[in-house]
Design a protein around this ligand. Structure first.
Ligand code: COA
Length: 378
């Protein structure tokens, strides 16, 4: 993956940076790769750029090869990853490049207000957009309900921010290298009640890519990591039609599918990268994935259980909160993180003795969720 943050590089070149790193890592070139499964969510609106697939293929030397483009809001490249894994399992391809790119910062010419409006296009056009609901508001509503049901507090949310900023400070590719404190987080300006500045992920630019190969070929590569499960589910949209907004049903369904394929229970997972677009979203995800009991997500964060030295480390990379969130690149960046952790190659933010990790990437108001389990190859 590239560093996440502010980049003045055109999308093709930014994606190329991640791709050439993936090619180097796998010791392959564009000739050996049979297809590109590619994610970009907002390029049409943010930079007047659609039909990006052949453009990035041209830049990385893959013109002529098939390119499939995915758009599932923030779950864009996780869905590309799922489809690439399935294509390889089905025997359609043996070597597939998967990744995503997004530019969301003012380098696009769009400021926070404009980008917030663009992101809101991932909500329901008929009923939600006319109310002015934007994504900080969507996740504020989900989190408010969780607070109502379980007594989750703003201080517990702040603990998630402190943890992820602390983790991000160890990751040189993170958007923010700055730690924060509970006091600073609780004192920040309100963005959408109960979220303050430190509860929100930033708008980031970045790209990520991985090479997926068939089981038969894997052992001819250096240090391959197994994909043991990928689950994918949707949930009803709009928000008002969901039975229980704080439950994030698609994450429960996608994780059940992924754990079933991997033949594991949540207790057998060593670490997780979850979609913490807002601190409350991490709390909901930790419960939906079965990493903590329902209602205990906030408590677990405040007790330090989800810190890198806790019993179930969550977002050792810094997560979306501190590592950053370039929409179409986030899903495969989580796969990069899981791969590096399982290989023991995560540098200063390496966790001790981890062999199996789970990635949780959601789109919109969790209308889409993709959950992937990666583990050391026996
Ligand atoms: N977390 C921590 N600090 C942040 C931050 C964030 N998310 N966003 C900006 N900052 C910092 C900046 O580094 C800057 O610090 P400095 O003054 O020390 O340089 C300061 O806050 C102001 O930055 P600015 O870019 O002017 O902030 P903003 O008001 O334009 O945007 C948010 C802040 C939180 C409103 C914006 O990042 C946001 O909307 N985030 C959510 C994105 C989103 O909805 N993504 C989709 C998820 S589903």
């Amino acid at each position: 993956m590239t560093s996440f943050g502010v980049h003045d590089t055109p999308m093709q070149e930014l994606f190329g940076e991640a791709v050439f790193a993936a090619f180097d890592d796998a010791d392959v070139g564009p000739d050996e790769v049979e297809a590109l499964y590619f994610g970009n969510a907002m390029g049409g609106q943010a930079e007047n750029t659609t039909h990006l697939g052949p453009q990035v293929a041209t830049h990385i030397g893959m013109a002529g090869k098939p390119v499939q483009r995915f758009e599932d809001a923030c779950a864009t490249s996780a869905n590309a990853f799922k489809n690439a894994v399935q294509a390889v399992e089905a025997g359609i391809h043996d070597v597939v490049l998967v990744g995503g790119v997004e530019r969301c910062t003012p380098e696009t010419g769009k400021d926070t207000d404009e980008m917030t409006r663009i992101f809101a296009s991932a909500s329901n056009r008929q009923y939600e957009q006319p109310t002015g609901l934007t994504f900080p508001g969507v996740f504020a509503l989900l989190t408010k309900r969780h607070m109502h049901e379980y007594g989750t507090t703003e201080e517990q949310l702040a603990h998630v921010a402190v943890k992820n900023h602390g983790h991000g400070a160890l990751n040189p590719k993170a958007h923010f290298g700055k730690e924060t404190t509970v006091e600073e987080a609780l004192d920040g300006p309100v963005v959408a009640d109960p979220f303050r500045l430190m509860d929100c992920c930033p708008f980031s630019d970045g790209a990520s890519a991985v090479v997926v190969v068939s089981d038969d070929l894997a052992d001819s590569f250096d240090d391959p990591v197994d994909v043991s499960g990928v689950g994918h589910a949707t949930d009803v949209v709009p928000l008002a039609d969901k039975e229980q907004v704080h439950v994030t049903q698609s994450a429960r369904d996608a994780s059940a599918e992924a754990y079933g394929q991997a033949d594991i229970t949540a207790e057998e997972i060593d670490f997780a990268e979850v979609h913490d677009c807002f601190t409350g979203a991490e709390i909901l995800a930790s419960e939906a994935l079965g990493l903590v009991e329902d209602g205990q997500g906030g408590v677990a964060a405040a007790e330090g259980r989800t810190r890198r030295d806790g019993d179930i480390p969550i977002n050792a990379s810094g997560g979306l909160k501190a590592k950053g969130h370039p929409i179409g690149a986030t899903g495969t960046a989580q796969i990069v993180e899981l791969t590096e952790q399982v290989r023991g190659e995560a540098g200063d933010h390496q966790l001790d003795g981890v062999e199996r990790g789970v990635a949780h990437n959601l789109g919109g108001d969790a209308g889409t969720t993709v959950v992937s389990v990666l583990e050391a190859r026996p």
